[in-house]
Design a protein around this ligand. Structure first.
Ligand code: ZN
Ligand code: ZN
Ligand code: ZN
Length: 599
């Protein structure tokens, strides 16, 4: 064994050894065959003074108990003396960390990978108080018959009143996937989802719920073809077509006004594209355009950020900066212009990442009730203050705001675009302008200051202070089990810390009493290894094991003195009250035969 070799190498020269008191004692014992108390004191280093503090633990002195426990305030990496936080960590995650600060803070939705864009849409719909009220007002028997509505109502109820900081949207998404009408495409999701809801809601008899989708999101356009010769519109031009979102080009366009101009622009039908006029009875030059006939209370603009590349049959993301106003006048865009259509920015849906089919979806949504903006990033919801992209650092000391600034910048860097992700500038008439390189959908809500707007639309602003009974019962049960789980964790944690504290006190009291003065004859030998284990482990060994310091005959050879400590009777008694004795060594016999190598 290497240990042996080292010892042999370090063996003191024979001249010194023969001069040492131990050598003299051994020699005397060998020749007389008698052992005195003084011999024991000498050979077992009993005479050494009680150590008053040294670096680590002095093996040469059985009266040194240093380093067995950390100094006051100190901690170890493992065992009894590791930090309290690490002990608590062994209990697993603290469920109270998953609780919402308050129901004033919106809850997040768990990420489901492929359908994570759905979370953004769900949050937008939930944050729309009219839509939310409509869903909450649904009759229980309709919920029973319409699984999508049932799951949506449950999801909304949890977002509304759950104590949890994030809600599992899986049950709802599963129900959606069962329906062939909703495919997994972020671009089409909203339209398909709204039409599915519209169908399901039509069975309801509750007025505010039955047509909530149409009442909130449906507007109409017509495709107008006008003959350049007779000036008449085609028959089809008077046909109204419903829309639930307006798809706008952004390629080569820098802001929402330009995109709307493009959307409503007049196209000339000349040459090969000539139009056959019903009145003129011949092919003539004509113009074609989209006319905005009516506007819903909530207008969704889909920004065509993903362009199809025919060569590679893939989609490419346009990551150019696009700006949009905080307030938008849509009245002037109507085929019948009106001054009563002022809209406020209500939500921005953002796609982070450069690939069209992957990346990460987040939503910035305004709380209608107080104008507060929130970033919904799956489970995480962070405050943006009163600005859709967070208040500028310096203006605000709110950490959540600055965090969101940081992540926004990361997003645009990942796109290879180092320009600012968003910026705001004041314009004189329509308030602030915002810009983003990643926004793919904008939601505008008709301004509440626009009195006529509210009256002209059959939307009831219901109070959301309480959930209907049938939903509340379920949430109450969920919350109760949540509170219960937190309570159980807390008591487990308290018990653990109390038992750790008790163990530490126990170890401290034994170690403090441990040293026996050299003159004290009532002492006990204890294995240093065992004592170390007992002092260091959160769960101590149940019995004292002194076998490491004993020879095959059950005696304690002097050669083991560096592996053992001299324990005072007081400390021994204390120790015995805690643990059983497995192997005890308190009577010493020196066996001359074991010392022959010194001769
Ligand atoms: Zn010491
Ligand atoms: Zn004509
Ligand atoms: Zn022996």
């Amino acid at each position: 064994m290497s240990r042996h070799n080292t010892r042999n190498k370090n063996k003191r020269p024979r001249a010194d050894e023969s001069a040492s008191p131990s050598y003299a004692a051994l020699k005397r014992i060998h020749s007389t065959g008698a052992i005195t108390q003084d011999d024991i004191r000498q050979l077992y280093s009993v005479w050494k003074p009680v150590c008053q503090g040294c670096h680590g633990n002095t093996k040469d002195s059985p009266n040194c108990f240093c380093g067995l426990i950390p100094t006051t305030g100190g901690a170890r990496k493992t065992g009894l003396w590791q930090k309290n936080g690490e002990h608590v960590g062994s209990l697993g995650p603290d469920p109270s960390k998953d609780l919402r600060a308050s129901t004033e803070t919106p809850a997040g939705l768990t990420n489901l990978g492929a359908t994570c864009y759905a979370n953004s849409i769900l949050q937008c719909l939930y944050m729309n108080t009219s839509f939310r009220s409509g869903i909450f007002s649904l009759e229980p028997d309709i919920l029973k018959k319409q699984p999508v509505l049932d799951q949506l109502a449950r999801l909304f109820a949890q977002l509304h009143s759950s104590k949890m900081a994030f809600i599992d949207s899986a049950p709802f998404i599963k129900t959606l996937e069962l329906d062939n009408g909703v495919q997994q495409d972020s671009h089409e999701f909203l339209t398909l989802f709204l039409s599915l809801l519209e169908r399901s809601l039509s069975y309801s008899k509750v007025t505010v719920a039955k047509t909530i989708v149409q009442d909130l999101f449906r507007g109409s356009v017509s495709h107008v073809t006008r003959c350049s010769s007779c000036g008449r519109d085609s028959e089809a031009s008077s046909k109204m077509e419903d829309f639930y979102e307006l798809e706008l080009n952004i390629k080569g366009l820098s802001n929402l006004e330009e995109s709307l101009d493009d959307y409503l622009s007049v196209e000339a039908l000349n040459g090969e594209n000539q139009y056959s006029c019903e009145s003129c009875q011949k092919r003539v030059d004509a113009t074609r355009c989209i006319k905005l006939r009516s506007l819903p209370p909530v207008v969704n603009f889909q920004l065509k950020r993903y362009v199809f590349l025919p060569k590679t049959t893939t989609k490419k993301k346009i990551s150019s900066s696009f700006s949009f106003p905080g307030q938008l006048d849509m009245g002037k865009r109507l085929s019948d212009p009106s001054s009563n259509y002022i809209y406020d920015l209500a939500a921005i849906l953002i796609h982070k990442g450069s690939a069209a089919n992957s990346g990460h979806y987040v939503a910035h949504i305004k709380d209608e009730s107080n104008g507060h903006w929130w970033e919904f990033d799956d489970e995480c919801v962070s405050s943006l203050g009163f600005h859709p992209f967070g208040e500028k650092p310096g203006k605000s000391s709110d950490k959540a705001d600055q965090k969101s600034e940081g992540t926004s910048t990361e997003g645009s860097v990942a796109n290879g675009n180092n320009s600012s992700h968003h910026e705001a500038a004041l314009t004189s008439n329509m308030g602030e302008m915002f810009s983003s390189t990643d926004a793919y959908m904008l939601m505008y809500k008709r301004s509440s200051k626009d009195e006529n707007g509210i009256k002209s639309n059959n939307i009831v602003e219901a109070s959301n202070s309480s959930l209907p009974r049938h939903l509340m019962d379920e949430i109450d049960a969920l919350n109760a089990s949540c509170v219960n789980e937190c309570g159980e964790y807390l008591s487990k944690k308290d018990n653990l810390l109390a038992s750790i504290q008790e163990r530490r006190q126990e170890v401290k009291s034994v170690i403090t009493e441990a040293p026996a003065t050299p003159d004290d004859d009532s002492y006990f030998w204890i294995s240093l290894d065992w004592l170390r284990q007992w002092a260091d482990n959160a769960t101590p060994p149940s019995s004292i094991d002194n076998s490491p310091i004993q020879c095959e005959h059950g005696k304690v050879p002097a050669s083991k003195v560096t592996s053992m400590k001299r324990l005072s009777a007081k400390a021994w008694e204390k120790l015995l009250s805690k643990v059983r004795i497995f192997s005890i060594c308190w009577i010493l016999f020196l066996r001359i035969v074991s010392l022959t190598r010194f001769a």
